[in-house]
Ligand binder design. Structure first.
Ligand code: PSV
Ligand code: MN
Ligand code: MN
Length: 405
Protein backbone atom coordinates (compact mmCIF):
# COMPACT_ATOMS: atom_id res chain seq x y z
CA UNK A 1 0.00 0.00 0.00
CA UNK A 2 1.24 3.48 -0.84
CA UNK A 3 2.43 5.46 2.21
CA UNK A 4 -0.21 8.20 1.92
CA UNK A 5 -2.99 5.65 1.63
CA UNK A 6 -1.66 3.66 4.58
CA UNK A 7 -1.60 6.81 6.67
CA UNK A 8 -5.16 7.75 5.72
CA UNK A 9 -6.33 4.19 6.36
CA UNK A 10 -4.71 4.12 9.79
CA UNK A 11 -6.21 7.48 10.73
CA UNK A 12 -9.62 6.20 9.61
CA UNK A 13 -9.13 3.05 11.72
CA UNK A 14 -8.33 5.11 14.81
CA UNK A 15 -11.40 7.32 14.42
CA UNK A 16 -13.62 4.29 13.98
CA UNK A 17 -12.06 2.48 16.95
CA UNK A 18 -12.94 5.54 19.06
CA UNK A 19 -16.51 5.21 17.83
CA UNK A 20 -16.47 1.56 18.95
CA UNK A 21 -16.60 0.16 15.41
CA UNK A 22 -15.27 -3.36 14.84
CA UNK A 23 -13.28 -2.59 11.69
CA UNK A 24 -12.46 -6.25 11.07
CA UNK A 25 -16.17 -7.07 10.85
CA UNK A 26 -16.83 -4.10 8.56
CA UNK A 27 -14.02 -5.17 6.24
CA UNK A 28 -15.29 -8.73 6.13
CA UNK A 29 -18.71 -7.55 4.95
CA UNK A 30 -17.15 -5.16 2.43
CA UNK A 31 -14.93 -7.91 1.03
CA UNK A 32 -18.04 -10.02 0.44
CA UNK A 33 -19.89 -7.32 -1.50
CA UNK A 34 -20.63 -8.35 -5.10
CA UNK A 35 -22.17 -6.34 -7.93
CA UNK A 36 -23.11 -7.66 -11.35
CA UNK A 37 -22.53 -5.50 -14.41
CA UNK A 38 -24.76 -5.55 -17.53
CA UNK A 39 -23.47 -6.61 -20.94
CA UNK A 40 -25.55 -3.81 -22.49
CA UNK A 41 -23.65 -1.21 -20.49
CA UNK A 42 -20.56 -1.85 -22.62
CA UNK A 43 -22.17 -1.40 -26.04
CA UNK A 44 -23.09 1.83 -27.80
CA UNK A 45 -26.28 3.30 -26.44
CA UNK A 46 -28.14 6.55 -26.27
CA UNK A 47 -31.60 7.97 -26.23
CA UNK A 48 -34.32 8.01 -28.88
CA UNK A 49 -32.76 11.30 -30.00
CA UNK A 50 -29.21 10.15 -30.67
CA UNK A 51 -26.57 7.55 -30.05
CA UNK A 52 -23.03 8.87 -29.68
CA UNK A 53 -20.65 6.10 -30.74
CA UNK A 54 -17.47 5.63 -28.74
CA UNK A 55 -14.10 4.21 -29.78
CA UNK A 56 -13.26 0.69 -28.70
CA UNK A 57 -16.84 -0.42 -28.12
CA UNK A 58 -17.20 -4.22 -28.18
CA UNK A 59 -18.53 -5.84 -31.33
CA UNK A 60 -19.94 -8.99 -29.77
CA UNK A 61 -20.75 -10.60 -26.40
CA UNK A 62 -17.22 -11.99 -26.07
CA UNK A 63 -15.72 -8.51 -26.27
CA UNK A 64 -18.30 -7.19 -23.82
CA UNK A 65 -17.00 -9.79 -21.38
CA UNK A 66 -13.46 -8.56 -21.94
CA UNK A 67 -14.57 -5.07 -20.88
CA UNK A 68 -16.49 -6.40 -17.90
CA UNK A 69 -13.33 -8.25 -16.85
CA UNK A 70 -11.56 -4.89 -16.68
CA UNK A 71 -14.16 -3.58 -14.25
CA UNK A 72 -13.71 -6.68 -12.11
CA UNK A 73 -9.92 -6.53 -12.33
CA UNK A 74 -9.81 -2.99 -10.96
CA UNK A 75 -12.61 -3.18 -8.37
CA UNK A 76 -12.41 -6.83 -7.29
CA UNK A 77 -16.16 -7.17 -6.71
CA UNK A 78 -17.79 -7.59 -10.13
CA UNK A 79 -17.29 -11.20 -11.17
CA UNK A 80 -20.60 -11.69 -12.99
CA UNK A 81 -22.19 -10.24 -16.11
CA UNK A 82 -25.89 -10.07 -17.00
CA UNK A 83 -26.91 -11.00 -20.54
CA UNK A 84 -29.71 -9.57 -22.67
CA UNK A 85 -31.23 -11.90 -25.24
CA UNK A 86 -31.24 -11.48 -28.24
CA UNK A 87 -28.67 -8.67 -27.97
CA UNK A 88 -26.19 -11.28 -26.69
CA UNK A 89 -27.34 -14.14 -28.84
CA UNK A 90 -24.55 -16.58 -29.71
CA UNK A 91 -24.56 -19.98 -31.33
CA UNK A 92 -22.98 -21.74 -28.41
CA UNK A 93 -23.79 -20.41 -24.93
CA UNK A 94 -21.49 -22.90 -23.24
CA UNK A 95 -18.63 -21.46 -25.22
CA UNK A 96 -19.59 -17.99 -23.97
CA UNK A 97 -19.77 -19.27 -20.37
CA UNK A 98 -16.36 -20.94 -20.77
CA UNK A 99 -14.93 -17.76 -22.18
CA UNK A 100 -16.31 -15.84 -19.19
CA UNK A 101 -14.66 -18.36 -16.87
CA UNK A 102 -11.34 -17.93 -18.70
CA UNK A 103 -11.54 -14.22 -17.82
CA UNK A 104 -12.36 -14.93 -14.18
CA UNK A 105 -16.05 -14.11 -14.72
CA UNK A 106 -19.35 -15.94 -14.77
CA UNK A 107 -22.61 -15.22 -16.55
CA UNK A 108 -25.36 -13.83 -14.37
CA UNK A 109 -28.98 -12.85 -14.82
CA UNK A 110 -30.57 -13.61 -18.17
CA UNK A 111 -32.71 -10.68 -19.36
CA UNK A 112 -35.28 -11.49 -22.04
CA UNK A 113 -36.24 -8.82 -24.54
CA UNK A 114 -39.97 -8.42 -25.07
CA UNK A 115 -40.04 -4.88 -26.34
CA UNK A 116 -38.27 -4.64 -29.66
CA UNK A 117 -40.20 -6.69 -32.16
CA UNK A 118 -43.01 -5.25 -34.30
CA UNK A 119 -45.37 -7.91 -32.96
CA UNK A 120 -45.16 -6.29 -29.53
CA UNK A 121 -46.86 -3.05 -30.59
CA UNK A 122 -49.76 -3.80 -28.22
CA UNK A 123 -47.65 -5.59 -25.64
CA UNK A 124 -46.00 -8.97 -25.15
CA UNK A 125 -47.40 -11.20 -22.40
CA UNK A 126 -50.39 -8.83 -22.03
CA UNK A 127 -51.08 -8.58 -25.76
CA UNK A 128 -54.73 -9.22 -26.73
CA UNK A 129 -53.58 -11.60 -29.48
CA UNK A 130 -52.87 -15.11 -28.15
CA UNK A 131 -50.36 -15.75 -30.95
CA UNK A 132 -48.23 -12.82 -29.79
CA UNK A 133 -48.46 -14.02 -26.18
CA UNK A 134 -47.33 -17.44 -27.35
CA UNK A 135 -44.33 -15.91 -29.07
CA UNK A 136 -43.46 -13.89 -25.94
CA UNK A 137 -43.83 -16.93 -23.71
CA UNK A 138 -41.66 -19.00 -26.03
CA UNK A 139 -38.96 -16.35 -25.85
CA UNK A 140 -39.10 -16.47 -22.05
CA UNK A 141 -38.84 -20.25 -22.16
CA UNK A 142 -35.85 -19.95 -24.48
CA UNK A 143 -34.23 -17.70 -21.87
CA UNK A 144 -34.87 -20.30 -19.17
CA UNK A 145 -33.02 -22.78 -21.40
CA UNK A 146 -30.14 -20.38 -21.94
CA UNK A 147 -29.91 -19.74 -18.21
CA UNK A 148 -29.63 -23.49 -17.71
CA UNK A 149 -26.87 -23.76 -20.30
CA UNK A 150 -24.76 -21.02 -18.76
CA UNK A 151 -25.55 -22.13 -15.21
CA UNK A 152 -27.30 -18.91 -14.34
CA UNK A 153 -30.00 -19.16 -11.72
CA UNK A 154 -31.74 -15.86 -12.40
CA UNK A 155 -34.29 -14.87 -15.01
CA UNK A 156 -34.67 -11.10 -14.80
CA UNK A 157 -37.75 -9.71 -16.49
CA UNK A 158 -38.71 -6.18 -17.35
CA UNK A 159 -41.86 -5.75 -19.42
CA UNK A 160 -42.59 -2.76 -21.61
CA UNK A 161 -46.27 -3.71 -21.71
CA UNK A 162 -48.82 -0.94 -21.34
CA UNK A 163 -51.40 1.07 -23.25
CA UNK A 164 -51.37 4.52 -24.80
CA UNK A 165 -55.03 5.51 -24.62
CA UNK A 166 -57.88 5.23 -22.16
CA UNK A 167 -60.16 2.45 -23.34
CA UNK A 168 -57.46 0.76 -25.44
CA UNK A 169 -57.58 -2.47 -23.46
CA UNK A 170 -58.85 -3.94 -20.20
CA UNK A 171 -56.45 -3.57 -17.25
CA UNK A 172 -57.81 -6.69 -15.60
CA UNK A 173 -57.72 -8.86 -18.69
CA UNK A 174 -54.16 -7.80 -19.39
CA UNK A 175 -53.19 -8.76 -15.86
CA UNK A 176 -54.81 -12.15 -16.32
CA UNK A 177 -52.91 -12.72 -19.57
CA UNK A 178 -49.63 -11.80 -17.91
CA UNK A 179 -50.29 -14.20 -15.06
CA UNK A 180 -51.10 -17.02 -17.47
CA UNK A 181 -47.91 -16.55 -19.50
CA UNK A 182 -45.62 -16.05 -16.51
CA UNK A 183 -47.16 -19.05 -14.73
CA UNK A 184 -46.19 -21.24 -17.65
CA UNK A 185 -42.63 -19.91 -17.51
CA UNK A 186 -42.43 -20.20 -13.73
CA UNK A 187 -43.63 -23.79 -13.97
CA UNK A 188 -40.80 -24.63 -16.37
CA UNK A 189 -38.01 -23.07 -14.31
CA UNK A 190 -35.71 -25.48 -12.52
CA UNK A 191 -36.19 -25.64 -8.74
CA UNK A 192 -33.18 -23.46 -8.00
CA UNK A 193 -33.99 -20.71 -10.53
CA UNK A 194 -35.57 -17.43 -9.47
CA UNK A 195 -37.73 -15.08 -11.50
CA UNK A 196 -37.10 -11.39 -10.82
CA UNK A 197 -39.92 -9.09 -11.84
CA UNK A 198 -38.94 -5.50 -12.45
CA UNK A 199 -41.46 -2.66 -12.41
CA UNK A 200 -41.21 0.78 -13.98
CA UNK A 201 -43.46 3.76 -13.54
CA UNK A 202 -43.87 4.50 -17.23
CA UNK A 203 -42.22 4.18 -20.63
CA UNK A 204 -42.60 3.23 -23.38
CA UNK A 205 -46.39 3.27 -22.91
CA UNK A 206 -47.91 6.65 -22.17
CA UNK A 207 -51.28 5.97 -20.53
CA UNK A 208 -50.79 2.94 -18.30
CA UNK A 209 -48.04 0.43 -17.64
CA UNK A 210 -48.93 -3.13 -16.69
CA UNK A 211 -46.12 -3.49 -14.11
CA UNK A 212 -45.85 0.10 -12.96
CA UNK A 213 -44.93 -0.14 -9.29
CA UNK A 214 -43.89 -2.41 -6.42
CA UNK A 215 -47.52 -3.31 -5.71
CA UNK A 216 -48.27 -4.58 -9.21
CA UNK A 217 -45.00 -6.54 -9.21
CA UNK A 218 -45.40 -7.91 -5.69
CA UNK A 219 -48.95 -9.16 -6.15
CA UNK A 220 -47.93 -10.83 -9.41
CA UNK A 221 -45.01 -12.52 -7.63
CA UNK A 222 -47.27 -13.68 -4.82
CA UNK A 223 -49.55 -15.35 -7.36
CA UNK A 224 -46.65 -16.99 -9.19
CA UNK A 225 -44.88 -18.59 -6.25
CA UNK A 226 -42.12 -18.08 -3.72
CA UNK A 227 -39.29 -18.05 -6.27
CA UNK A 228 -40.80 -15.01 -7.97
CA UNK A 229 -39.36 -11.87 -6.42
CA UNK A 230 -39.51 -8.16 -7.05
CA UNK A 231 -36.59 -6.31 -8.61
CA UNK A 232 -36.21 -2.65 -7.71
CA UNK A 233 -34.56 -0.44 -10.32
CA UNK A 234 -33.66 2.80 -8.60
CA UNK A 235 -34.57 4.93 -11.61
CA UNK A 236 -38.06 3.51 -12.06
CA UNK A 237 -40.00 5.61 -9.57
CA UNK A 238 -41.88 8.89 -9.54
CA UNK A 239 -39.99 11.88 -8.20
CA UNK A 240 -40.03 12.04 -4.43
CA UNK A 241 -40.89 8.38 -3.88
CA UNK A 242 -39.22 6.96 -0.79
CA UNK A 243 -37.34 4.04 -2.31
CA UNK A 244 -35.77 2.93 0.97
CA UNK A 245 -39.26 2.52 2.39
CA UNK A 246 -40.22 0.29 -0.54
CA UNK A 247 -37.03 -1.70 0.01
CA UNK A 248 -37.84 -2.28 3.67
CA UNK A 249 -41.41 -3.31 2.86
CA UNK A 250 -40.32 -5.83 0.22
CA UNK A 251 -37.69 -7.21 2.57
CA UNK A 252 -40.29 -7.58 5.29
CA UNK A 253 -42.48 -9.52 2.86
CA UNK A 254 -39.51 -11.70 1.92
CA UNK A 255 -39.93 -10.64 -1.71
CA UNK A 256 -36.99 -8.44 -2.54
CA UNK A 257 -34.96 -10.38 -5.08
CA UNK A 258 -32.81 -7.88 -6.90
CA UNK A 259 -31.62 -4.40 -7.51
CA UNK A 260 -30.75 -2.40 -10.56
CA UNK A 261 -28.50 0.41 -9.46
CA UNK A 262 -28.29 3.56 -11.54
CA UNK A 263 -29.24 7.16 -11.12
CA UNK A 264 -31.29 9.87 -12.77
CA UNK A 265 -32.41 13.41 -12.20
CA UNK A 266 -35.53 13.35 -14.35
CA UNK A 267 -37.10 10.33 -15.93
CA UNK A 268 -34.35 8.24 -17.41
CA UNK A 269 -32.31 5.84 -15.39
CA UNK A 270 -28.87 5.41 -16.84
CA UNK A 271 -26.56 7.71 -14.93
CA UNK A 272 -23.60 6.71 -12.80
CA UNK A 273 -24.77 5.27 -9.47
CA UNK A 274 -24.81 7.83 -6.67
CA UNK A 275 -23.98 10.71 -8.99
CA UNK A 276 -27.14 12.60 -8.05
CA UNK A 277 -28.45 10.94 -4.89
CA UNK A 278 -25.62 9.54 -2.74
CA UNK A 279 -27.60 9.97 0.49
CA UNK A 280 -30.54 7.96 -0.84
CA UNK A 281 -28.14 5.20 -1.83
CA UNK A 282 -26.74 5.13 1.68
CA UNK A 283 -30.23 5.00 3.22
CA UNK A 284 -31.13 2.06 0.99
CA UNK A 285 -28.08 0.15 2.17
CA UNK A 286 -28.99 0.93 5.77
CA UNK A 287 -32.26 -0.94 5.15
CA UNK A 288 -30.50 -3.79 3.39
CA UNK A 289 -27.75 -4.49 5.88
CA UNK A 290 -29.80 -6.06 8.62
CA UNK A 291 -31.82 -8.07 6.15
CA UNK A 292 -28.64 -9.44 4.55
CA UNK A 293 -27.76 -11.00 7.91
CA UNK A 294 -30.78 -13.28 7.62
CA UNK A 295 -29.57 -16.52 5.96
CA UNK A 296 -32.79 -16.83 3.93
CA UNK A 297 -32.24 -13.54 2.14
CA UNK A 298 -30.49 -13.49 -1.22
CA UNK A 299 -30.48 -10.28 -3.20
CA UNK A 300 -28.95 -9.92 -6.64
CA UNK A 301 -27.15 -6.60 -6.81
CA UNK A 302 -26.71 -5.39 -10.35
CA UNK A 303 -25.89 -2.22 -12.18
CA UNK A 304 -28.28 -1.25 -14.97
CA UNK A 305 -26.70 1.56 -16.89
CA UNK A 306 -26.16 2.38 -20.53
CA UNK A 307 -23.91 5.41 -20.74
CA UNK A 308 -24.52 8.02 -23.41
CA UNK A 309 -21.69 10.53 -23.22
CA UNK A 310 -19.24 9.24 -20.60
CA UNK A 311 -16.56 6.58 -21.23
CA UNK A 312 -18.31 3.31 -20.52
CA UNK A 313 -15.76 1.24 -18.62
CA UNK A 314 -14.70 4.17 -16.44
CA UNK A 315 -18.34 5.02 -15.75
CA UNK A 316 -19.01 1.46 -14.68
CA UNK A 317 -15.94 1.50 -12.42
CA UNK A 318 -17.06 4.74 -10.80
CA UNK A 319 -20.51 3.30 -10.17
CA UNK A 320 -18.97 0.32 -8.44
CA UNK A 321 -16.78 2.59 -6.30
CA UNK A 322 -19.83 4.60 -5.29
CA UNK A 323 -21.60 1.40 -4.31
CA UNK A 324 -18.63 0.32 -2.22
CA UNK A 325 -18.60 3.66 -0.45
CA UNK A 326 -22.35 3.69 0.22
CA UNK A 327 -22.15 0.15 1.59
CA UNK A 328 -19.15 0.99 3.76
CA UNK A 329 -20.92 4.02 5.23
CA UNK A 330 -24.00 1.97 6.00
CA UNK A 331 -21.79 -0.57 7.78
CA UNK A 332 -20.53 2.22 10.06
CA UNK A 333 -23.99 3.03 11.43
CA UNK A 334 -24.08 2.55 15.18
CA UNK A 335 -27.13 0.34 15.20
CA UNK A 336 -27.32 0.05 18.98
CA UNK A 337 -27.31 3.83 19.36
CA UNK A 338 -29.96 4.05 16.64
CA UNK A 339 -32.18 1.53 18.41
CA UNK A 340 -31.76 3.37 21.70
CA UNK A 341 -32.57 6.76 20.19
CA UNK A 342 -35.65 5.29 18.52
CA UNK A 343 -36.76 3.60 21.75
CA UNK A 344 -36.52 6.83 23.68
CA UNK A 345 -38.21 8.86 20.96
CA UNK A 346 -35.13 11.02 20.45
CA UNK A 347 -35.75 12.00 16.85
CA UNK A 348 -32.71 14.18 16.39
CA UNK A 349 -30.26 11.70 17.89
CA UNK A 350 -31.61 8.92 15.69
CA UNK A 351 -31.15 11.09 12.64
CA UNK A 352 -27.67 12.13 13.75
CA UNK A 353 -26.60 8.50 14.10
CA UNK A 354 -27.17 8.20 10.37
CA UNK A 355 -25.49 11.50 9.56
CA UNK A 356 -22.50 10.50 11.63
CA UNK A 357 -21.93 7.34 9.55
CA UNK A 358 -22.74 9.07 6.28
CA UNK A 359 -20.23 11.83 6.82
CA UNK A 360 -17.29 9.44 7.36
CA UNK A 361 -14.66 9.54 4.65
CA UNK A 362 -14.52 5.85 3.72
CA UNK A 363 -12.35 6.28 0.65
CA UNK A 364 -9.14 5.02 2.30
CA UNK A 365 -11.01 1.99 3.61
CA UNK A 366 -12.46 1.16 0.19
CA UNK A 367 -9.12 1.73 -1.53
CA UNK A 368 -7.40 -0.62 0.88
CA UNK A 369 -10.15 -3.19 0.45
CA UNK A 370 -9.83 -3.12 -3.32
CA UNK A 371 -6.12 -3.72 -3.02
CA UNK A 372 -6.79 -6.65 -0.68
CA UNK A 373 -9.05 -8.08 -3.36
CA UNK A 374 -6.42 -7.72 -6.07
CA UNK A 375 -7.99 -4.57 -7.51
CA UNK A 376 -6.69 -1.02 -7.56
CA UNK A 377 -6.68 1.67 -4.88
CA UNK A 378 -7.70 4.20 -7.54
CA UNK A 379 -9.40 2.06 -10.20
CA UNK A 380 -10.24 4.84 -12.66
CA UNK A 381 -6.65 6.10 -12.68
CA UNK A 382 -5.28 2.56 -12.92
CA UNK A 383 -7.60 1.73 -15.79
CA UNK A 384 -6.59 4.89 -17.64
CA UNK A 385 -2.92 4.17 -17.06
CA UNK A 386 -3.31 0.60 -18.34
CA UNK A 387 -3.85 1.75 -21.94
CA UNK A 388 -6.59 -0.90 -22.34
CA UNK A 389 -9.04 1.40 -24.09
CA UNK A 390 -6.48 2.65 -26.60
CA UNK A 391 -5.49 -0.93 -27.34
CA UNK A 392 -9.01 -2.22 -27.94
CA UNK A 393 -9.93 0.92 -29.90
CA UNK A 394 -7.20 -0.13 -32.31
CA UNK A 395 -8.12 -3.83 -32.31
CA UNK A 396 -11.84 -3.20 -32.73
CA UNK A 397 -11.67 -0.66 -35.54
CA UNK A 398 -13.22 -2.96 -38.12
CA UNK A 399 -16.74 -4.31 -37.90
CA UNK A 400 -19.96 -3.15 -36.30
CA UNK A 401 -19.96 -2.06 -32.65
CA UNK A 402 -22.58 -3.71 -30.44
CA UNK A 403 -25.54 -1.60 -29.47
CA UNK A 404 -29.22 -1.91 -28.77
CA UNK A 405 -30.85 -4.19 -31.26
C1 PSV B 1 -35.72 -0.17 -19.40
O1 PSV B 1 -36.16 0.79 -18.47
C2 PSV B 1 -34.59 -0.92 -18.80
O2 PSV B 1 -33.66 0.08 -18.45
C3 PSV B 1 -35.01 -1.74 -17.58
O3 PSV B 1 -34.53 -1.09 -16.43
C4 PSV B 1 -34.37 -3.08 -17.78
O4 PSV B 1 -33.82 -3.61 -16.62
C5 PSV B 1 -33.30 -2.75 -18.81
O5 PSV B 1 -33.94 -1.81 -19.65
C6 PSV B 1 -32.86 -3.94 -19.58
O6 PSV B 1 -33.96 -4.56 -20.25
MN1 MN C 1 -33.45 -2.10 -14.93
MN1 MN D 1 -34.61 1.12 -16.77
Amino acid sequence: MEAALRQAYEAFGETQAERGVDLGAVEERLRAQRVETPSWGYGNSGTRFAVFPQPGVPRNPFEKLQDAAQVHAHTGICPSVALHIPWDRVEDYRELADYAASLGLRLGAINPNLFQDEEYRLGSVCNPDPAVRRRATDHLLECVEIAGEVKSRVLSLWLADGTNYPGQDSFVERRGRMLECLSEVYGRMPEDMRLLLEYKLFEPAFYHTDLCDWGTALTMCQKLGERALVLVDLGHHAQGVNVEHIVSLLLDEGRLGGFHFNNRKYADDDLIVGSVNPFELFLIYVELLEAEENPGVRIEYMIDQAHNIEPKIEAMILSVMNLQEAYAKALLVDREALREARRSGDVLSAHRVLLDAYSADVRPLCAKLREDLGGSADPVAAFRASGYLERVAEERREGRPAGWG
